[in-house]
Design a protein around this ligand. Structure first.
Ligand code: NAP
Length: 233
C-alpha cells in the first residue's frame, strides 16, 4: 500500500451498488477490505476484484462479528466504512413473519451498528467517513414495505446519532438514499410485486456509486450528510 492510498472497508461488494463502488475505488488504486458472508463468497470476491483483501463475517449474525473480526487481519487505519449490504422481503404486516422481520432488522440495522462499533478505533485513527446506503424507504414507508422500511428508518437514526457522537473525534457520517436502482435486489422486488422488471427505468448502480464517491471525495470544507438520489427518467 502506498502513502496516498486510502483504505475502505465495504460490505455488499459482491453485487449491485457495492460491486459498482468497489470497482470504481479499486480502479483508482485505493485499498479495499471487503466483507464476505463466508469463505466461498470471499474467494469469489477475490477473483472478481483482484488486489482487494477480504474478511469473512456474516451480517445475519451480528453477535459473531467481534469474534470473526478478531481472528482476521484488519487495517490499523480506515478512511471509510461503507455499509452497502442489505436485504429486502416485501409483504403486508398481516403476513410478514417474525423471522422475516428479524432477518431484515438484523442485516440492515443491527449488523451495521455492530460493525461500526468494532471499527470505530480505526475510523477515528483515519478521521474517516462512515457511509450508510439507506433507501427512499428509510424516509417514507409504503404498504408492503414495513419491515424493510423500519430497518432503514432505524439506519437513519443510527447515522444521525453517530454523526453527532463522533464529530469531535473527526469521524464523518453520510446517509445515501437511493430510489429504485437496477440491481439483483430490485429484480427480486419486482418478482415480489408481480411486475415486469425493466431495468432501464431505474438508476444504475454506477450512478449511485458516483454519489457515494462525491461524499468521499468532497474537500473537508464541505460534508455530505444526507443525499437522496431518485431515478432520473
Ligand atoms: N436496488 C435498489 O433499488 C435499492 C434502492 C434503495 C436502497 N438500496 C440499498 O442499497 C444497498 C445495496 O443493494 P443492491 O440493490 O446493490 O442489492 P444486491 O445486488 O442484492 O446486493 C446486496 C449485497 O448485500 C450482501 N448481503 C446480503 N445479506 C448479507 C449477509 N447476511 N452477510 C453479508 N452480506 C450480505 C449480498 O451478499 P452476497 O453477494 O453474498 O449475496 C450482496 O453483496 C442495500 O442496502 C439496499 O437496501 C437498494
Amino acid at each position: 500500500m502506498t502513502q496516498t492510498q486510502r483504505t475502505h472497508v465495504i460490505t455488499g461488494a459482491g453485487s449491485g451498488i457495492g460491486a459498482a463502488v468497489a470497482r470504481r475505488l479499486l480502479d483508482r488504486g485505493d485499498h479495499l477490505v471487503l466483507l464476505a458472508r463466508n469463505d466461498e463468497r470471499a474467494a469469489g470476491l477475490s477473483a472478481e476484484l483482484p488486489g482487494a483483501a477480504t474478511v469473512v463475517a456474516d451480517l445475519s449474525d451480528p453477535e459473531s462479528l467481534a469474534r470473526s473480526l478478531a481472528a482476521q487481519q484488519l487495517p490499523a487505519v480506515v478512511d471509510s466504512l461503507m455499509h452497502v449490504a442489505g436485504t429486502v422481503d416485501l409483504g403486508p404486516v398481516a403476513q410478514l413473519s417474525a423471522t422475516s422481520w428479524l432477518h431484515q432488522l438484523t442485516v440492515n440495522l443491527v449488523a451495521p451498528a455492530e460493525l461500526t462499533r468494532l471499527l470505530l478505533p480505526q475510523l477515528r485513527a483515519g478521521r474517516g467517513r462512515v457511509v450508510f446506503v439507506n433507501s427512499g424507504a428509510g424516509l417514507n414507508a409504503r404498504p408492503d414495505w414495513a419491515a424493510y422500511a423500519a430497518s432503514k428508518h432505524g439506519l437513519k437514526a443510527l447515522a444521525d446519532s453517530l454523526r453527532q457522537e463522533e464529530h469531535a473525534n473527526g469521524v464523518r457520517v453520510t446517509s445515501i438514499y437511493p430510489g429504485r436502482t437496477a440491481t439483483p435486489m430490485q429484480e427480486k422486488v419486482h418478482r415480489q410485486e408481480g411486475r415486469a422488471y425493466l431495468p432501464h427505468a431505474f438508476t444504475t448502480a454506477d450512478s449511485i456509486a458516483t454519489s457515494i464517491l462525491l461524499a468521499l471525495d468532497l474537500p473537508p470544507d464541505g460534508d455530505v450528510t444526507d443525499l437522496t438520489v431518485r431515478p432520473g427518467g
